[in-house]
Design a protein around this ligand. Structure first.
Ligand code: IDP
Ligand code: MG
Length: 150
């Protein structure tokens, strides 16, 4: 079943020039780009996005990090898009992430793990609503879709 997920290249990924690589992995997997923009994240947006982690010891560092430079925000669509993107990203801690995943290829530190991807359908809906206006979400078919799905 086709679903949408929210994906963000975090400030470390932008500063390290990894945006193109991340988008390429998503595109070549067969997932569709529904929306894409760069954002200078303010404190309110950062805190709303990571509200679930408010009580964690790393919350302040996480907010400081995510507001430290531009991010690239995306909405991605496809069959099992949430699981597919989480698989491309790899484990939260890059040291645990398999080589071949984004975090496993580019990260060493849990506080600098390059990418965010929604973890469930309800959080995906909330995050897409938080980051994008309805009018920013594109409605189109990829021309190769018959070659990607039976
Ligand atoms: P996820 O990004 O894989 O969904 P979450 O557990 O939702 O992982 O954590 C959100 C983000 O918070 C992580 O991507 C990471 O940047 C940061 N984070 C999570 N756990 C820790 C920690 O123990 N120390 C420092 N940062 C952490
Ligand atoms: Mg998470």
């Amino acid at each position: 079943m086709s679903e949408r997920t929210f994906v963000m290249v975090k400030p470390d990924g932008v500063q390290r020039g990894l945006v193109g690589d991340v988008i390429q992995r998503i595109e070549t997997r067969g997932l569709k780009l529904v929306a894409l923009k760069s954002v200078d994240v303010g404190r309110d947006l950062a805190e709303a996005h990571y509200d679930v982690h408010r009580d964690k010891p790393f919350f302040d560092d996480l907010i400081a990090f995510i507001t430290s430079g531009p991010v690239v925000a995306m909405v991605i669509e496809g069959p099992n898009a949430i699981k597919a993107v989480r698989g491309l990203a790899g484990e939260t801690d890059p040291i645990e992430a398999s080589p071949g995943t984004i975090r496993g290829d580019y990260g060493l530190d849990i506080g600098r793990n390059v990418i965010h991807g929604s973890d469930a359908p309800e959080t995906a809906r909330q995050e897409i609503k938080l980051w994008f206006e309805e009018s920013e979400l594109l409605d189109y078919e990829r021309v190769d879709s018959p070659w990607l799905q039976e």
